[in-house]
Design a protein around this ligand. Structure first.
Ligand SMILES: Cc1cc2nc3c(=O)[nH]c(=O)nc-3n(C[C@H](O)[C@H](O)[C@H](O)COP(=O)(O)O)c2cc1C
Length: 323
């Protein structure tokens, strides 16, 4: 059974793929794991109410393949009983861990007292962790931000200690407040402080764009969580994992070298969601892969309009034939 503490002892540091709605579906996670098996992947955030009431869309979000393990299902909501029911359901589905979203800053989520709003309701936040942990044998973790309107170290230390006492086995912290959303830059200093006061593994998240960022930001942390830097560059996680194992790895550098992986990603996306939706969702990924090539804006215009697998393959062939 997956245990954060054991994984942290074996994988120094733990490297996680950040949960990202609209990106980290099963197809994306499979691609990441095929390249770097050591990565811990998270699902997109999934409504605990949606799972409880049988929403097909919610169940699709936590669907996974064996290769994705360890695969953590992230859920959001505010009702501890719903979290407990979901924990049992997810355990039956065989996921490796359950993560509670306490970081989402979107106003729709926050206004429902979900996601990062829980920072303003510390008792409820701990009750959710406790109810979830009691309902399952799986490790329960939390992903959160530095604070809501602003960051203050003492409340952050108390909040995270309470989560640990309630049964959280790993905490990942994005070094921004809710109010900051994605502006400014991620501040890791408070995360290093939190780590000193907890006995569970702590991972830092935010703005890790290169191997050097990973090396410089790790410090006393057990893990790093990386999201946007994987857009169009799923190899970055391998570069980081291999570095910490004492090896050197560089992913493919040219678009021509990247093409087999891109074609494979198209296949995975269409197998998972069908050609129509799979290709729609691939459009943004295709645009990300070509952003550094000459005439990128022109090619982007075409790639975000492809609507079939053949269309996408033809467009890629056309682009590479001109390079
Ligand atoms: C498009 C997008 C979707 C996201 N969806 C989620 C989500 O579902 N759950 C979550 O906890 N965080 C979500 N996040 C936040 C990321 O997990 C991560 O904390 C943030 O992007 C900072 O890390 P990065 O700089 O490595 O991308 C999302 C971020 C982005 C950009």
């Amino acid at each position: 059974m997956f245990r954060w503490k054991d994984y942290a002892a074996k994988n120094k540091p733990i490297i996680c793929l950040a949960p990202m709605e609209g990106y980290t579906d099963s197809a994306y996670r499979q691609l990441i794991k095929e390249i770097t098996p050591e990565v811990v992947v998270y699902t997109e955030f999934t409504s605990s109410d949606g799972l409880k009431y049988g929403s097909r869309k919610s169940f699709q979000k936590v669907d996974y393949k064996e290769i994705e393990r360890p695969m953590i299902a992230q859920i959001f909501g505010k009702n501890p009983e719903h979290f407990a029911e979901c924990a049992k359901m997810l355990e039956d589905m065989g996921v490796d861990g359950i993560d509670i979203n306490m970081g989402c800053p979107s106003s729709k989520v926050v206004n429902s007292c979900h996601g990062s709003a829980l920072f303003n309701h510390p008792t409820l936040a701990s009750e959710i962790v406790e109810a979830t942990a009691k309902a399952t044998k799986l490790d329960v973790s939390v992903k959160m931000r530095l604070g809501f309107a602003r960051y203050e170290l003492e409340p952050l230390k108390i909040f995270t200690k309470n989560l640990e006492n309630a049964g959280a086995k790993h905490i990942a912290i994005h070094g921004r407040t809710t109010k900051q959303k994605y502006t400014g830059s991620a501040n890791f200093e408070p995360i290093y402080e939190v780590k000193k006061h907890l006995n569970i593994p702590v991972s830092g998240n935010g703005d890790i764009k290169t191997l050097d960022d990973a090396i410089n930001k790790l410090k006393n942390l057990d893990g790093l969580m990386i999201g946007r830097a994987t857009y169009g560059n799923p190899w970055i996680l391998k570069e980081i994992v291999e570095h910490f194992k004492g090896n050197k790895y560089k992913g493919p550098q040219t678009l021509i070298e990247k093409i087999p992986t891109i074609k494979h990603q198209i296949k995975l996306a269409c197998e998972f969601k069908g050609e129509k939706v799979g290709i729609l969702e691939m459009r943004k990924h295709l645009a990300n892969y070509i952003k550094d090539i000459p005439n990128a804006a022109h090619h982007r215009f075409d790639l975000v309009r492809v609507s079939t697998i053949q269309d996408a393959l033809d467009k890629l062939d056309e682009i590479t034939s001109k390079l």
